[in-house]
Ligand binder design. Structure first.
Ligand code: IVH
Length: 675
């Protein structure tokens, strides 16, 4: 490819990736696989590295990467960012309608638009000549804070409008209002991760979104699953559209995310009729919705009605009844997680909440119990948001009888009875006993999971059986399992036992980074593990390293370094590592050099399933030896690595005369084969 071709390809990729991004994050209707998307993005990054002058502000590679701020700048909104008055039932809604009809009889002939009231945070997005130039929080409605860098990381937010393929005229200046939120499922996943790292967790999706938007370091926001829906135009250099419904249509056309739940109703009676449906819908929406907004479709009329305080008269929010109830907290129990984190939860007097019977609710952590002064036998308020596990909001102190009992943080682990520890600066309490049975189950689950040793067929049920039968007392025992032991377990016949043993055997040669991940050291996920593997190259070096050396490694802070050293120093873990060494599981970065140049200058393409290496492992190995892997075969491809069930790449390689090799031969090239 000559330089002109490369430049053209770069510009084409910028456009195409933005479009696929829009298909995925706005329309929820992707045209290509995540894998293909990643390949395109990688290619674009590579080209932009060669032609940095072509990196535009709206290039899909520029979503994150801005430097951390010291504080947020203030932004004066072009027009007041108003709020909404509330209605709590159909009568309130009718009273609103009658009120505004008295003010202006034209209301009786206006249509209405109904929209979900997204329980997130208002954001104000400014576009100049179609480019996203500034984004702000609502603040007090007049002045907000400039959170542009954080907003840029939200994939659903278009960096340039109209999104390609759309024929729509965009005003020179356009300021759009939307709501930033986090889906309930994403919130749960994020909180799980935070808890595993011993960090403070969030209480609900809304405050998670708020906390994520107000990070001074956009790198942190970019890791948060923030999402966006838009619903209004605040300012435009062209006359404003005079219908709310058409505004939503315009926003969609321009490429903004707009809720698919919005409805237009020709009369107020139809609005009232649909209220029960909106109530029904509540539980099936993947994000938190705290009501339905009813807006006059005629925006000129709405404008003429004016505002009352901060609330425009032309719209109202019909709030859903709170999913909160009061009940008695009978007991506080404690769960022990994989990394030994103790999590308290409340055992409640059974109570119905949003259609389900709730008997337990999370209490987040021990600080929360202390801060809220939650006592055993307290009447507490419990809330359920979407499908999230119910949580305790706090005690109803006015209902106290004096019989409530202060809660004491346990000093020993409820599962194994060993002393618990609380590291300075951390909220969490830990059971640090590596052979604690409660932790063991979760440890094994983690050890065999996909990003770790990836042992197929070892689900939670079998893990439980193995531990209960006494065959597995630590993760190394998995490699000592015999067919005889397995056949004693319920549901096991010869075939199943053999399959499992084969799967375990196949995991023996996982690379060092996977093994480190599998050990489940607190704070060490896949990213940190690969940094450690890259730096130390062998377990021998890692286990001898001092805290200082560990924390020198990029991405590993002092807390994680301490946690690693602490893990290694525990006698039980030393025994575990020794056991692995004896079993022959002692991975090293092959060639003992992260900068081996055995494959330098060579480009590989992998097709089909390789016999022992996963695709990621093969790519990582090639990279460690100086080679490159790309997604498609071209004349520049040095080798096609052929696995089972190859795709069309094989034909292409043949037609171009590219050399075709097996995994075996690839390993030979690296000098990596042990046999
Ligand atoms: S319209 C003049 N529409 O609810 C327009 N607001 O309680 C006023 N909200 O501050 C807002 N979804 O943050 C509107 N579809 C929607 C909304 C919505 C959520 C939020 C918004 C507002 C708050 C008022």
């Amino acid at each position: 490819m000559d330089s002109q071709d490369e430049r053209e390809e770069l510009l084409k990729l910028q456009k195409e990736i933005s479009y696929h991004n829009y298909r995925y994050h706005v329309l929820d209707d992707p045209l290509i696989s995540d894998y293909e998307y990643d390949l395109m993005l990688k290619k674009l990054q590579q080209l932009e590295g060669m032609y940095p002058e072509l990196i535009s502000a709206d290039s899909p590679t520029q979503r994150s990467g801005a430097k951390p701020l010291e504080r947020f700048q203030k932004v004066v909104h072009p027009a007041p960012v108003l709020s909404l008055a509330n209605a709590f039932n159909a009568d309130d809604l009718r009273a609103w309608y009658e009120r505004i009809m008295r003010l202006d009889p034209r209301v009786s002939t206006s249509a209405f638009v109904m929209e979900p009231k997204i329980d997130g945070l208002t954001v104000v997005l400014r576009y100049e000549n179609g480019i996203f130039v500034q984004g702000a929080t609502r603040g007090d409605g007049v002045i907000g804070e400039d959170i542009t860098a954080n907003l840029r990381t939200i994939r659903a937010l278009p960096l340039r409008i109209p999104v390609s393929n759309h024929e729509v005229r965009i005003p020179k200046v356009l300021v759009v209002r939307g709501e930033c939120y986090i889906r309930v499922k994403d919130f749960e996943i994020l909180n799980d991760e935070l808890a595993k790292r011993g960090e403070k967790i969030y209480q609900n999706p809304r405050n998670t979104a708020a906390g994520s938007l107000r990070q001074l370091d956009p790198a942190i926001s970019s890791k948060r699953p923030l999402n966006l829906l838009t619903y209004a135009i605040i300012e435009s250099s062209e006359p404003l559209i005079s219908s709310q419904w058409e505004t939503l249509e315009f926003l969609k056309q321009a490429g903004f995310p707009v809720s698919t739940l919005v409805q237009k109703k020709d009369t107020f009676e139809l609005v009232v009729d649909s209220v029960p449906d909106w109530m029904e819908m509540r539980n099936s929406i993947p994000f938190e919705v705290d009501g339905v907004v009813v807006k006059l479709d005629d925006l000129r009329l709405a404008n003429a009605l004016g505002v009352s305080g901060k609330d425009p008269r032309g719209a109202i929010a019909l709030k859903y009844p709170a999913k909160e109830v009061a009940t008695t907290l009978n007991e506080i129990r404690v769960n022990v997680g994989r990394t030994g984190v103790l999590t308290p939860y409340a055992v409640l007097e059974a109570v119905e909440l949003g259609g389900v019977v709730v008997r337990q609710a999370t209490l987040h952590n021990f600080d929360f119990i202390r801060e809220k002064d939650i006592r055993i036998k307290d009447k507490v308020l419990v809330k359920r948001a979407g499908d999230v596990i119910p949580y305790v909001i706090g005690p109803i102190t006015g209902a106290r009888t004096g019989l409530e009992i202060q809660y004491e943080v346990p000093t020993v682990c409820p599962s194994c009875g060993q002393a618990v520890e609380n590291l300075p600066g951390e909220v969490a309490y830990y059971c640090v006993n590596a052979s604690c049975p409660a932790q063991l189950v979760r440890n094994v689950e983690h050890f065999v999971s996909r990003g770790a040793m990836d042992i197929e067929g070892l689900g939670i049920k079998i893990v439980g059986q193995l531990i209960e039968s006494g065959s597995v007392k630590d993760v190394a025992d998995l490699y000592l399992l015999t067919e005889e032991q397995l056949l004693k377990l319920e549901g096991f016949a010869i075939k199943k036992a053999q399959n499992l043993l084969n799967a375990i055997e196949a995991s023996r040669n996982r690379p060092l980074d996977r093994f480190i991940t599998a050990l489940g050291i607190r704070g060490v996920g896949e990213v940190a593990a690969s940094e450690l593997a890259r730096h130390f190259k062998s377990l021998d070096f890692l286990t001898q390293a001092a805290v200082d050396e560990i924390q020198q490694i990029g991405g590993i802070g002092p807390n994680i370094a301490l946690s690693i050293r602490d893990w290694i120093d525990r006698p039980a873990n030393q025994q575990l590592l020794e056991k692995f060494r004896q079993i022959g599981i002692w991975p090293e970065v092959i060639g003992n050099s992260a900068t081996s140049t055995a494959l330098s200058g060579l480009t590989f393409v992998i097709t089909g399933t390789l016999p022992t290496l996963s695709r990621e492992d093969a790519e990582a190995m090639i990279a460690r030896h100086g080679g490159k892997t790309t997604g498609s075969v071209s004349r520049n491809t040095s080798y096609l690595v052929l696995g089972e069930n190859p795709g069309s790449k094989l034909e292409k390689a043949k037609s171009l005369g590219v050399k075709i090799i097996s995994e075996h031969e690839l390993l030979d090239l690296m000098g990596a084969r042990s046999s």
